[in-house]
Design a protein around this ligand. Structure first.
Ligand code: ZN
Length: 510
């Protein structure tokens, strides 16, 4: 119901609102149209409390989505706008055609932005929709940057006992750099300068994402790794603020907190904090710090819930952010479409096969997943809970019902939709689809000895439920119900033929 009010209000004022103009008609669908035809007056207009978050939006790993061109990205931004976003953390490292360091994009030659460089148009499109864009990268690591040691192996970070750091990464496999080398510092400065000042000067700032998987343990870095990393962070920040005083620069708390850094046996530095920086906190790599949050003008909470989990998790994320007093909730909406060259997550079966974004195996490589029904559930959840973290879950379901199914919404349909969404989220990881929609993953589990019979029983029960949903919507005519049926049918079809044997139980389960 809230949704109807909001949508109706967003339409141009009309002294005779009972007959929609053609323009209004084209702009709205389903329930909104009903509200116009049958009179806006029947709708009460309760004021919603303002969102507790000044910054709303998503973290998207642009570099790991090589298959989408400008048209798809514009549409993705339109989705972000529909979700109430005003900020996009767009991961650009390794995804632009650097002239100074071509080695940084060699791994990503198929990326449409590497080929066509539409980043500026994309940023202009975001601005036209009221969305600020920060270019994300990792200092001394991760995509793009970790390719530099292919040409400069002497800059590799070192492990505790002096051997070079291991080859690792996601999609872009390479090596972290040692920030104590002047060559590493110079490379980082020149690479980011080129990205921000030469390629995308209209971007609103930078997101400097400290590595969550490797640091350097050489004698010079020692216990002072984050001081060394900060040399670059401070230098590039000052340079950006000199040329663009209003630029937003998002950094990790590790330079100021003095606290143990999650994942590493090292404490953060205790350098002075400049409140112009925006702080970034995550559940796994940068724990909330009340003292620093109070000092910062803005601070963001990230979690993985829209990309990997369900509406209840998104609500928990929004509440956690609100309770911590951060000014923004900008969780992940990552979806991969690259072809792995290494065993991501240790899984050999993934190598050489294009990643299936969010497990939606019916998509063609150039079709983005953000308008697909299961993800729309999480997007609507993000929009609603980032505005009202304490919204009752039943009220959220009503909003979802109206928006997806319109006037024909039934509680059953909403529950079935939530059930289908849960199937895709079940045991999903960054690089692997849910086993329920990936016979290949189940086969790998079986071959690896991790497919327990109790698990098979659970999977069979979940798929039985999908079969019921498939049966419930055979012959449906409402578009969303038809879509629900199509997806359930697609899931059922995955488990016919030889793959059905994967979920056979060989002996009674005790
Ligand atoms: Zn070092």
């Amino acid at each position: 119901m809230h949704m109807l009010v909001r949508m109706a209000r967003s339409l141009p004022r009309d002294p005779f609102p009972t007959i929609p103009s053609r323009r209004q008609f084209l702009k709205c669908t389903g329930a909104t149209l009903g509200a116009l035809i049958f009179g806006i007056a029947r709708l009460p207009a309760p004021e919603k409390p303002p969102s507790p978050f000044a910054q709303r939006g998503y973290y998207i790993t642009f570099m790991r989505m090589p298959t989408y061109g400008l048209a798809q990205w514009k549409d993705i931004l339109d989705c972000c706008q529909a979700d109430g976003a005003n900020l996009l953390l767009l991961w650009m490292g390794g995804a632009f055609r650097s002239r100074k360091f071509p080695i940084t994009w060699k791994f990503n030659e198929e990326h449409q932005n590497v080929r066509q460089d539409f980043g500026r148009e994309l940023i202009a499109h975001a601005h036209a929709r009221g969305i600020q864009v920060l270019l994300a990268f990792t200092p001394f690591g991760y995509d793009g940057v970790n390719q530099y040691p292919l040409e400069h192996p002497e800059l590799k970070a070192l492990k505790r006992y002096g051997q070079p750091t291991d080859l690792s990464g996601i999609y872009c496999w390479g090596w972290n750099l040692c920030p104590s080398h002047t060559g590493s510092q110079r490379f980082m400065r020149e690479y980011v300068r080129e990205m921000f000042f030469e390629f995308y000067p209209e971007a609103d700032g930078l997101m400097i994402e400290s590595s969550d998987y490797a640091i350097c343990h050489c004698p010079e870095c020692g216990g002072r790794f984050f001081e060394k990393e900060f040399e670059f962070v401070r230098a590039i920040s000052e340079e950006v603020w000199t040329k663009k005083p209003g630029a937003k620069i998002v950094v990790y708390p590790h330079y100021f907190s003095g606290a143990p850094v999650p994942g590493f046996d090292v404490r953060g530095a205790t350098l002075p904090f400049d409140p112009r920086w925006t702080l970034f906190f995550t559940p796994h790599s940068a724990h909330l710090d009340a003292r620093l949050i109070r000092q910062a003008r803005s601070s963001l909470w990230w979690d993985e819930s829209p990309a990997l989990a369900d509406p209840a998790a998104i609500q928990r994320g929004a509440r956690r952010a609100r309770d911590a007093g951060v000014t923004g909730y900008v969780p992940s909406l990552e979806a991969y479409s690259f072809v792995p060259t290494h065993p991501e997550e240790g899984q050999k079966y993934l190598v050489g096969r294009r990643q299936v974004p969010l497990g939606f195996g019916w998509l063609k490589p150039d079709q983005h997943p953000y308008r697909e029904l299961p993800l729309r559930v999480n997007r609507i959840a993000y929009r609603e809970f980032s505005r009202q973290p304490d919204l009752a879950f039943d009220e959220f379901k009503q909003v979802l019902a109206g928006e997806i199914f319109g006037d024909r919404a039934t509680p059953q349909a909403v529950n079935d939709l939530l059930e289908i969404q849960k199937v895709f989220a079940r045991e999903r990881s960054w690089s692997q689809a849910s086993p329920l929609v990936s016979p290949d993953r189940v086969r790998a589990m079986k071959d690896g000895g991790t497919l327990k019979e109790s698990k098979i029983v659970e999977y069979r029960a979940a798929l039985d439920r999908v079969r019921q949903i498939e049966a419930n919507y055979r012959g449906a005519i409402q578009p969303a119900e038809k879509e629900l049926h199509r997806i359930a049918r697609w899931m059922c079809d995955l488990w016919t033929g030889p793959d059905a044997a994967l979920l056979e139980i060989s002996q009674p389960v005790r």
